[in-house]
Each structure stands twice: as C-alpha cells, then as structure tokens.
Design a protein around this ligand. Sequence first.
Ligand code: ADP
Ligand code: NA
Length: 354
Amino acid sequence: TQSQIIFSGIQPTGTPHLGNYLGALLPWVHLSSSALPSTKLFFSIVDLHAITIAQSPEKLRGWRREMLRVLLALGLGEGGGVGGGGKRGRSTVFVQSHVKQHAELMWILSCTASMGYLGRMTQWKSKLDLKDDASPLDERKGKLKLGLFSYPVLQAADILVHRATHVPVGEDQSQHLEFARECVTNFNHAYGPQLVYPQTLLSPAKRIMSLTNPLKKMSKSDPSPASRILITDPPELIQKKLTTAVTDSINSVSYDPVNRPGVSNILTLLSAFDEEGRSPETLGQVYGTGMGLGAFKKLVGEAIGGGLETFRGAYEDVVKEGEEYLEDVERRGARVAEENAEATMVGVREALGL
Ligand code: ADP
Ligand code: NA
C-alpha cells in the first residue's frame, strides 16, 4: 500500500491566535507526533497566498519569520532540536515561495481547471462581500484581482505537487479540497494518472469566536487586538483580554451558544485547555453554581496561560537562536520539499510534453 503524505499550509499574515492554534496548528502537532514512520509530513508557510491582498514587503518578510518561529516552537519541522519541548516530530516546514514547483504546477492546473467551478466558490465572494449569485466578471471589475479568484488553483497545486494523501483543514477549507480533487480528475483525464487524490482530514475543533464580538470568528484581520488572544501573549495580557471579553448581563456561567455566545465561547476555550478534556457543556455545569463571571474569566485566563507555558518557553528559545538559524532551517526545509515536489513535476512535464 502507498504510504501517506500529509500536507497543510498557513498564511504568514500575523501571529497565530487561539483559533488558528486550536483549529489548525494543534492538529498538525498531533499528526506529526502520532504519524507512522513511513508517513511524510509537509507544513508550508504559504506566502504566495498572502499576496492575494497587497502586503508591505517588510511586513511580509517579518510575518514569514514569525510564523516559522511559532511552528518550530510548537515542535514542527526538523529544526535542529530547538523548541518544541523535546517533542519534535519528523515534519518538514518550508516557505512556499522557496519551492518554485508550486507556482509551476498552478499554471499547469489552471489550463485544465474549470472557471465555472471556481466562480461557485464562496470564499472569494465573501472576501469582497459579493452577493451569492454575482458573476465573477460583472461586479466591481476594477477591484477584482485574478489571484483572489484563482488562488484555490494555487492551493490545489500546493497539495498535489506533494502527492498529499491527507490534508488537515478547518471547515472553511473543505470546499477548496473538493476543488483540488476536481483538478486531479481534470488533469488525469487529459494527461493520464499523474496526480493523487487527496483526502480531507477535517479539524475536530470548534470555531473560536472573537472576544469583542462573539458573533464573529476570531480572526487575524480583525482591527481590534483585544478580539484575539495570540499564542505568544504573556499570561498578564491573556488575563487582560479575558477581563475585557464581551459577555452579557447575567453574572453566572452556563453553556448556551445561541443565547449566551460570549460566555459559551469562553467555555469552549476552557474546554480546549482542560487537562481532563471536559466538554464546554460539562464545564458549564461544573462552574454553573456559585461562580461569577469575573472569577470564571480569571480561572480561564490561568488555564490558557498555563497551557501555553511550554510553548512560550520554546518560542523564547527559538527567538534566541537568531536569524541565521532560521535561514538555515528555511534552506533545509526547502531542499526536502523541493525534492518531493520535483518528483511529481518530472512525471507531469513528461505527460504534457514539456
Ligand atoms: P484568520 O481568519 O485569522 O486570518 P486564516 O484564514 O489564516 O485565519 O486561518 C487559518 C486556519 O486557521 C483556518 O483554515 C482555520 O482552520 C483556522 N482558524 C482560523 N480562525 C479560526 C477560528 N476562529 N476558530 C477555529 N479555527 C480557526
Ligand atoms: Na484569513
């Protein structure tokens, strides 16, 4: 049987918050520590995706390094042993733009990908607040950039160039995975069975909501820094953000996402950091009698601060290593990823007559 290849990516657009951590990065850590010896894992910092929205070059460079520090401190990547609290798995972390085969395969896939299918994707529409039935070409012509429309093709290329068999993603990305499979069908139908169908590994994590507006998801692009807890936040700051988190006028704890979204979101966070692994519902009952919201928030702040302590220590170790170390990690990651990607491209080019 074919051995497994796991691929996933994250955009270098800011320091990861608890939503990114629980929904994306923690599943990567679990996969890399539980994978069979024959499984290959690739985690990419997808800077080519980040430029679908204009970025300042300095910021992009800075965020790319920051994401690398975070991934290393989580124990991902080969890294040379710094960070990860001694729990390092065997994954390869690399920067997408360092491996040119991603962009090459994107162009090739775009020659067999369906415009109609891309036009039905919900994500790019929601980014521009387009109506569901808007045609890709009629509204806001000047503002619509081709890259924002076609980036699912790049995402498909990221996955397919590595012959990924499994792709861990959040719910928001499952439509893009289906599109990647569609790309395999279209390409293989035209040129023969070169590309491998990837399976979706859906993150089991609940969606984490904004601390300042619990009806919105916690997001890097939210203008309010108080809306999100970053995984690098020191305990005092975590505590402060919880203190100011929007709840409601009932001064007690209960899990009721519809009527009490703020308190319920904090219970979801507590559940994610609970050493006994209790559900938000159970924790709502445990703290439902005799505890006010102030004391409850304090308790949750301590749980999160404590849960991130090992990470924070590892992060500080990575920071101490300095930029040369990070450059070296990037170079080694790119080499491993390039070799894997090139093996796909040899067959693809041959099949096309390139
Ligand atoms: P952001 O909206 O913060 O920029 P991204 O789009 O970069 O987040 O998200 C990267 C991944 O992190 C997503 O695919 C998703 O799996 C996960 N993620 C992002 N925000 C949340 C959230 N609020 N709750 C749970 N998971 C999230
Ligand atoms: Na985003």
